[in-house]
Design a protein around this ligand. Structure first.
Ligand code: DAH
Length: 341
């Protein structure tokens, strides 16, 4: 092909090029080593010197023009594509944003955090137990031996003969005592518990507790009462009173059931408290000397108190919740009630 024609063809092709692929083809065809124009350069050696000079110049000029046009087109295409991309990705900041559902915190966590903070303020530390426990820790070390009637009330989700989903947070007591090597203990342990239970307005097969254990020298029921009174007043308000009724737990002796005075009637008796003036919130007691022994303590030297708070029960009372199942069903309307707390 004649040089002028070749140059025109190349420039036309460059002008027409739409994308990078076109440009690559053009480079291969018109500017590569094997391109026609470079072959023409190779042919110069057959010409005489004068011809070689003029023709060589012409070839170089044509190749320079093609290269320049090519480079310019390359830049133009690049800028064009970038613009296109920017246009496509343009964000209209005046559009309303995608809304996120920021829900309220589940009230179980609200009371859990509040209780944890109250006890941290009284010098307790948080002990993390685990949901899966051995029979030994869940029952034996808590003075609930095989065939003890208390097992029947808690008999529950066994994984195998010796492993189960813990039925209460009390095994944390045994773990904490083991870690304290016979020294003082002051812990709370919040966590999930699992039991075969009725499913009704106030019972669930899965629920949360906060266990408490204090072991030191000369600990008595008065210490327990004052501790729980302080806790109840901080959680429910200064006006609330506590009442201790005698009860039974295998791991405490004596054992008590602790009630808080009814918010509605102030202790006089009303439908909310079913006329009693009080509402039950936790179980507690003086650590059974047998439990101290089982866990490596000398009951003549050390004594202690323990308590187990049912979190759902407390949340129901604190927030006036009518059905325990509301805590677990993720109803947005329910959770939104707790947005601002
Ligand atoms: N573990 C008991 C339960 O699940 C609750 C409890 C009662 C814990 C008395 C205690 C306690 O530490 O002293 O019902």
């Amino acid at each position: 092909m004649d040089l002028e024609e070749l140059k025109k063809k190349a420039l036309d092709a460059i002008k027409e090029a739409k994308d990078e692929l076109d440009l690559t083809n053009i480079r291969n065809r018109f500017l590569s080593k094997k391109s026609e124009i470079n072959q023409k350069l190779g042919g110069l050696k057959d010409l005489n010197e004068a011809e070689r000079k003029t023709y060589g110049q012409a070839i170089n000029e044509a190749r320079g023009a093609i290269t320049n046009a090519f480079n310019k087109k390359f830049q133009d295409l690049k800028a064009y594509n970038l613009n296109l991309k920017l246009k496509r990705e343009k964000i209209d900041i005046t559009l309303p944003g995608a809304s996120h559902h920021l829900l309220g915190t589940n009230p179980i966590y609200l009371v859990e955090n509040e209780i944890i903070h109250i006890f941290l303020g009284m010098g307790y530390s948080v002990y993390e137990g685990s949901d899966v426990e051995t029979d030994h820790f869940n029952f034996e070390l808590m003075n609930i031996p095989q065939d003890h009637p208390a097992r029947e009330m808690q008999d529950t989700f066994y994984i195998n003969n010796s492993l189960l989903l813990r039925t209460h947070t009390s095994p944390a007591q045994a773990h904490a005592m083991a870690e304290a090597h016979g020294g003082p203990v002051r812990i709370i342990c919040p966590g999930k518990c699992f039991r075969r239970d009725d499913d009704d307005l106030i019972h669930s097969h899965q629920f949360k507790q906060i266990e408490g254990l204090l072991i030191d020298k000369k600990i008595n029921l008065g210490n327990l009462e004052k501790t729980l009174e302080t806790f109840v007043k901080k959680l429910f308000g200064e006006k609330r009173e506590i009442r201790m009724r005698s009860s039974y737990f295998p791991f405490t002796e004596p054992s008590v059931e602790v009630d808080v005075s009814c918010d509605k009637c102030g202790g006089k008796g009303c439908p909310v408290c079913k006329g009693s003036g009080y509402l039950e919130i936790l179980g507690a007691g003086i650590v059974n000397p047998r439990v101290l022994e089982l866990n490596g303590y000398d009951p003549n030297e050390y004594s202690g108190f323990a308590f187990g708070i049912g979190l759902e029960r407390v949340a129901i009372l604190k927030y006036g919740v009518d059905d325990i199942r509301r805590f677990y069903t993720n109803d947005i309307r329910f959770l939104n009630e707790f947005k601002r707390r």
